[in-house]
Design a protein around this ligand. Structure first.
Ligand SMILES: Cc1cc2nc3c(=O)[nH]c(=O)nc-3n(C[C@H](O)[C@H](O)[C@H](O)COP(=O)(O)O)c2cc1C
Length: 265
């Protein structure tokens, strides 16, 4: 079993130590190959916003850095931990750069086999928003999010009270258990409403834009996702109500895209 950690802290501090605790708990039960990608040491160039990856494909990106290597590492892993401190109520700049350098994955999702654990540390506030954001990213990219955990960490003015240390330990234990259970199951669980909507909302432009978004259109066609009978990216049971809502939302989106295209033609 292989776990990759995408570490968004620029130091081996609170977030690293919390991730290490998760590793210890999991490795008490099973042997796990555990690899850290310290984003501060990775070579990631700033996204230039040229849209080549969206329109033509990620292979047309002019930047030569570690972004495809990191994608490959995530593909080879069974589980990915996205770990970041809260910086100004958001993910750290390193994590945001990592996400932007893989922006094309929002259009062409690919991590359906992998489970994710989302981890944040914060001195006081912001964990919930950051976890919400990471959850959105990971799920649109295709991950099954098995656990989310936000812990309170040492502020600069002194040690943590013992009850916070205990609370943190409980939270990390719970998250590690859920992550391990998902890793051991191996199978994909049923998609929630959010996941089904992500599929239909992604399918509307990929289906309607055709040559205007060739990379997306080709990718969605190759995966068989544009076939009408398709209910989700992968073959898992989909709640019929979620499916119906997804179909309706897709219908509205397609209608709006067609109307917009007509208005500018
Ligand atoms: C630039 C910066 C911005 C921060 N912003 C927040 C914040 O918005 N909310 C918060 O609760 N803590 C904030 N913190 C505190 C860190 O989230 C917290 O100390 C975290 O555990 C640091 O993780 P690390 O030791 O892995 O770097 C900030 C820290 C830094 C350096």
């Amino acid at each position: 079993m292989k776990v990759l950690v995408i570490m968004g802290s620029p130091r081996k501090g609170n977030t690293y130590h919390a991730t290490e605790r998760i590793r210890e708990i999991i490795q008490e039960t099973v042997p796990v190959e555990w690899e850290y990608v310290m984003l501060k040491d990775a070579h990631l160039e700033d996204c230039r916003g040229c849209y080549q990856c969206f329109e033509r494909g990620e292979e047309y990106c002019s930047l030569k850095d570690d972004s495809s290597l990191l994608e490959q590492k995530m593909k080879e892993a069974d589980g990915v931990v996205f770990a970041t401190p809260v910086y100004g109520f958001q993910v750290s700049y390193l994590m945001k750069l990592f996400i932007d350098r893989h922006g094309y994955v929002f259009h062409r999702p690919r991590f359906f086999r992998q489970k994710a654990l989302l981890l944040t540390t914060a001195g006081a506030v912001g964990s919930d928003d950051v976890l919400k954001y990471l959850n959105l990213v990971a799920r649109i990219w295709g991950f099954e999010v098995a656990a989310r955990v936000g812990i309170r960490t040492h502020a600069t003015f002194g040690p943590l009270p013992p009850y916070v240390i205990q609370e943190n330990e409980k939270k990390l234990q719970k998250a590690a258990d859920a992550f391990l259970a998902a890793l051991q199951t191996g199978t994909r669980s049923r998609p929630g409403l959010f996941d089904v909507l992500a599929f239909h909302i992604g399918r509307a432009p990929s289906g309607e834009l055709g040559d205007l978004a060739p990379a997306d259109h080709q990718y969605w066609t190759d995966q068989g996702w544009l076939e009408k009978k398709r209910r989700y990216y992968v073959d898992v049971p989909v709640n019929p109500l979620y499916h119906a809502i997804g179909v309706l939302v897709e219908w509205f989106m397609r209608r709006r895209i067609r109307r917009d295209l007509k208005a500018v033609s």
